[in-house]
Design a protein around this ligand. Structure first.
Ligand code: PGA
Length: 280
């Protein structure tokens, strides 16, 4: 049974003080033990948010990590620096692909850094509008996944016999399907389109050699202008396991509504799974 995950991507919003207060309020109004909640504030707010969320059950995520362990990279943040601050990280967000020219090869190396440092990665993939209109959406996402995972596999791990092996990617990866044309635009894909892409992603992972049940078990989130009003359409799809929420995740009422709806799906899944207790 796959978990239901709601991840908030605050992008370049909030000061550290604002972020701490907002995170605490969101944790309070969205206290649903059956939903995995993650808040990804700007780097400078991670410490405030981590302190505000301590003991709340809400995890903290970074919005990015650097592909290298350390070095002369002015202004950058390495995965290892997030120790004690974050347990998740978004990689390959379309805004970074667009604005920082991030390639799949680079994103694959970022995945490696996440695993080396115990961060659960949310890997973002998704097509542009012209690609969807040309009927190439699945081909584009397939290529992104194949290239990211090949770069991940080729990147050496910084773990050693002393530090122990890193987590296995298949055990921790979360994928966010974000059609680029639906991010920050108010437009959303249909639930059926997003679910079809989630099915395609699992098939691609299988074709890339992921053994079962890993390919079926990978959580896939939908991202792109999700609100408390639209989340139901996505969570009605059994192939989708939650959302990566941008703009609406800065609004307390929206987050309360989104997580409340997610809890319905999470409870329904738990109820359908023999031997698992709801609310445990
Ligand atoms: P949006 O952003 O909800 O504001 O469209 C989603 C995202 O970029 O993760």
């Amino acid at each position: 049974m796959r978990p239901v995950i709601i991840a908030a991507n605050w992008k370049m919003h909030t000061t550290p003080a604002e972020a701490g207060a907002l995170a605490a309020t969101i944790a309070e109004v969205s206290a649903e033990p059956d939903v995995e909640r993650v808040i990804c504030p700007p780097f400078v707010a991670l410490a405030h948010v981590a302190a505000a969320l301590a003991g709340s059950g809400v995890a903290v995520g970074a919005q990015n990590v650097h592909a290298e362990e350390a070095g002369a990279f002015t202004g950058e943040v390495a995965a290892g620096m997030l120790e004690g601050l974050a347990t998740w990280a978004i990689v390959g967000h379309s805004e970074r692909r667009r604005d920082q020219g991030e390639t799949d090869a680079l994103v694959g190396r970022k995945l490696r850094r996440c695993l080396d440092h115990g961060l659960r990665p949310i890997l973002c993939v998704g097509e542009q509008l012209a690609e969807r209109e040309a009927g190439r959406a699945v081909a584009v996402v397939r290529e992104q996944l194949a290239d990211c995972l090949a770069a991940f596999a080729a990147a050496p791990s910084s773990r050693s016999a002393e530090t122990g092996p890193p987590a296995v990617l298949e055990d921790v990866l979360v994928i966010a399907y974000e059609p680029v044309w639906a991010i920050g635009t108010g437009r959303t894909a249909s639930g059926a389109d997003a679910a079809a892409m989630a099915d395609a992603i699992r098939a691609v992972l299988g074709a890339l050699g992921w053994p079962e049940p890993a390919a079926t078990a990978v959580p896939i989130l939908y991202g792109g202008s999700v609100t408390s009003g639209s989340i139901g359409e996505f969570l009605a799809e059994p192939s989708l396991d939650g959302a990566l929420v941008g703009g609406a995740s800065l609004k307390v009422d929206e987050m309360a509504g989104i997580v409340a709806r997610a809890a319905l799906t999470a409870r329904a899944r738990l109820t359908a799974t023999p031997g698992v207790e709801v609310g445990s």
